[in-house]
Design a protein around this ligand. Structure first.
Ligand SMILES: NC(=O)c1ccc[n+]([C@@H]2O[C@H](COP(=O)([O-])OP(=O)(O)OC[C@H]3O[C@@H](n4cnc5c(N)ncnc54)[C@H](O)[C@@H]3O)[C@@H](O)[C@H]2O)c1
Ligand SMILES: [Zn+2]
Length: 352
């Protein structure tokens, strides 16, 4: 078992290891003295792990108000959020109780936003069950839902009181979800340090989950502690994402997030080599890592098409944008460019 402590506006532990779910009630009782807890999970995850969590909560004297939603991004909606708040009211959840997210980033973002806003804030516990949620969305306090007008258009920064990552739950993840998480892990290896990049070559991530997740969380912790509200250094976490989001949009979301981000990292790194910002060794190593995890580094979309799609990215303000560019393995810089130059970067990165 490994614990990473995050000292953001709230201090909390991220506990990572096998077999934690069966003791979740006790871990939760150690940080929140609650009588009830809203247990928020999608249908797939609940059928796999809901029973174990309910049993554990009961052993600690915590009564669950169970809320199950259909799996998938569409449930991160205003209507599901409204129904959840209603269920919390009907179940008699008080402000001294807690909200528990059991699942991937969708459960975490939805339950976190409900916790942030229910009677102006109830304690929030994250139990991530996807690799992406374990290394990314469960830590750092971003919560939210989608509106018809776009992703994450309503949200709040709201840190959890505890993140409990039971690595045994990751054993049932479909291959596609595993690869999504691996793309984010490679992103951390490129922006952070802790010897993560080398580690990904020694053994596949899935045979050393605890160590790899702990390192990713430590890298995110270091960044979030310096810039909790995403106005500066936290943008490093966006490496590969400007191009990645454009690919997701252009493919009408048929290219999964992780694969899109993998291409985004490859293109920007190749451009960085052409512009003399990093050595060809960095590009070679990244390509090798992506290959090892069966992640793509090419797309058929042209530089013009992707650059046009990227202009709608909500992270772009005014006529400039910040690209995250690798200088070495484990070190990236934030490079401010006029947004009209993005297509040139993408062509330098090998796109037509
Ligand atoms: N808050 C943040 O900082 C942050 C960061 C990155 C992404 N996100 C958000 O996270 C969401 C994506 O998260 P995700 O990829 O975890 O999606 P998800 O929550 O939809 O999970 C993906 C799929 O895996 C299934 N699943 C989950 N755990 C499983 C398990 N252990 N075994 C078998 N199946 C399992 C789910 O039922 C679902 O169908 C997006 O909405 C994204 O915007 C948030
Ligand atoms: Zn991502």
């Amino acid at each position: 078992m490994t614990t990473v402590t995050v000292a953001a506006s709230k201090k909390y532990d991220v506990i990572i290891g096998g077999g934690l779910l069966a003791d979740a009630g006790q871990y939760i009782a150690d940080v929140v003295s609650c009588r009830k807890a809203a247990l928020v999970s999608d249908d797939t995850v609940f059928s796999l792990y809901g029973g174990t969590l309910q049993k554990s909560l009961a052993l600690s004297g915590i009564e669950p108000i169970t809320f199950i939603f259909p799996h998938g991004e569409y449930s991160k909606s205003l209507s599901v959020y409204g129904t959840l708040l209603g269920a919390m009211c009907d179940g008699g959840l008080s402000v001294s109780d807690a909200v528990i997210a059991l699942g991937g980033g969708v459960a975490g973002d939805l339950a976190g936003f409900a916790a942030a806003t229910y009677r102006r804030g109830t304690a929030f516990i994250q139990i991530p069950t996807t690799l992406l949620a374990a290394v990314d969305s469960s830590v750092g306090g971003k919560t939210g839902i989608n509106l018809e007008r776009g992703k994450n258009q309503a949200g709040a920064f709201y840190q959890p009181s505890l993140v409990l990552c039971d690595t045994d739950t990751l054993k049932t993840l479909p291959e596609r979800e595993y690869k999504n998480g691996c793309a984010e892990i490679i992103k951390y290896a490129m922006i952070g340090g802790y010897g993560l990049f080398e580690e990904l070559f020694d053994l596949p991530a899935h045979v050393q989950y605890e160590d790899v997740i702990a390192k990713c969380v430590a890298i995110k912790r270091d960044i979030v502690e310096k810039d909790e509200r995403d106005t500066g250094i936290r943008r490093l976490l966006n490496f590969g994402h400007t191009v990645g989001h454009a690919i997701e949009v252009c493919s009408r979301y048929t290219v999964p997030h992780g694969e899109a981000v993998a291409v985004g990292m490859a293109v920007i790194t190749s451009a960085a080599v052409r512009f003399g910002i990093c050595s060809a060794d960095v590009e070679r190593a990244l390509y090798e890592a992506l290959g090892k995890y069966s992640l793509p580094r090419k797309t058929a979309f042209s530089a013009e098409v992707l650059a046009a799609a990227a202009m709608n990215d909500k992270k772009i303000r005014g006529d400039r944008l910040t690209l995250i560019v690798p200088e070495a393995i484990g070190r990236c810089a934030m490079t401010d460019i006029p947004k009209v130059e993005l297509a040139e970067w993408l062509r330098a990165g090998g796109l037509k």
